[in-house]
Design a protein around this ligand. Structure first.
Ligand SMILES: [Zn+2]
Ligand SMILES: [Zn+2]
Length: 238
């Protein structure tokens, strides 16, 4: 039985239920979980992207979770962040700085968009619909591979979600999947089987998971943005 509630977001990202972090902890305890991993969307300096906490909230996020750790001895509370890999931010020391925060146990690589040019940095969300359809998966997949190789990340969130805009399945997609999988295997980090993706036919790719060998590490993630998602997905994974 899996007694870990992995991949939980908080109100700070702006697209999760507006409740205190403690409500997730209480619910996880009620469900009998032994571990809860908070991995809210990480902020970037100067807040250039939406759908994540503000940079100024990072300290408070960690302090709040640290206080909850002290308060709840019946469950292990873990502090992490979910974030993309962007080479420009790597050059600026962003990931190293996150890794130097002692309370932070996990950087989860969730590649929702990719950097497509530097100086000034451009991102995949500025591409038009046709370009996104044609090559978004390659941009995201290659960023994931690059990100894994840096050694900053402890797990890869929803790797199969890179194919969200692809209707079919072809050799190129297969080759990229195999490369993501083998890169993760080579550095012994798990690939996340994301339960939110299971609820969305565009996000879950059976063909990807069929390529994942027995020896690869896997982790089940709830990607919970609400108490309802925490409960329903936790119950589902058991
Ligand atoms: Zn989110
Ligand atoms: Zn997430």
């Amino acid at each position: 039985m899996n007694k870990t509630a992995f991949h939980v977001h908080t109100y700070r990202c702006g697209h999760a239920e507006n409740i205190p972090d403690e409500a997730y902890v209480k619910k996880a305890v009620e469900l009998g979980a032994e571990h809860i991993w908070f991995t809210d969307h990480a902020p970037f300096l100067d807040n250039p992207f939406g759908a994540r906490m503000q940079y100024s909230q990072l300290k408070e996020y960690i302090q709040t979770l640290c206080a909850l750790k002290k308060k709840y001895s019946e469950i292990n509370i873990h502090i992490g962040l979910e974030t993309e890999y962007f080479p420009s931010y790597d050059k600026m020391g962003y990931y190293q700085q996150l890794r130097s925060i002692p309370e932070l146990e996990m950087l989860l690589l969730g590649q929702h968009m990719a950097e497509i040019s530097d100086n000034p940095p451009g991102y995949s969300f500025s591409l038009d619909a046709e370009q996104l359809c044609r090559k978004e998966y390659q941009l995201l997949g290659n960023a994931i591979i690059q990100g894994i190789k840096t050694g900053y990340f402890n797990a890869v969130a929803h790797p199969d979600r890179i194919f969200r805009r692809c209707t079919g399945w072809n050799d190129e997609m297969k080759k990229l999947s195999s490369e993501i999988i083998s890169t993760a295997v080579s550095v012994h980090i798990p690939l996340e089987m994301n339960l939110a993706s299971f609820e969305n036919s565009r996000y879950y790719r059976r063909e990807f998971w069929q390529l994942v060998p027995e020896k690869a590490e896997r982790i089940v993630g709830l990607d919970a943005h609400s108490l309802y998602e925490l409960e329903s997905r936790y119950t589902r994974q058991m």
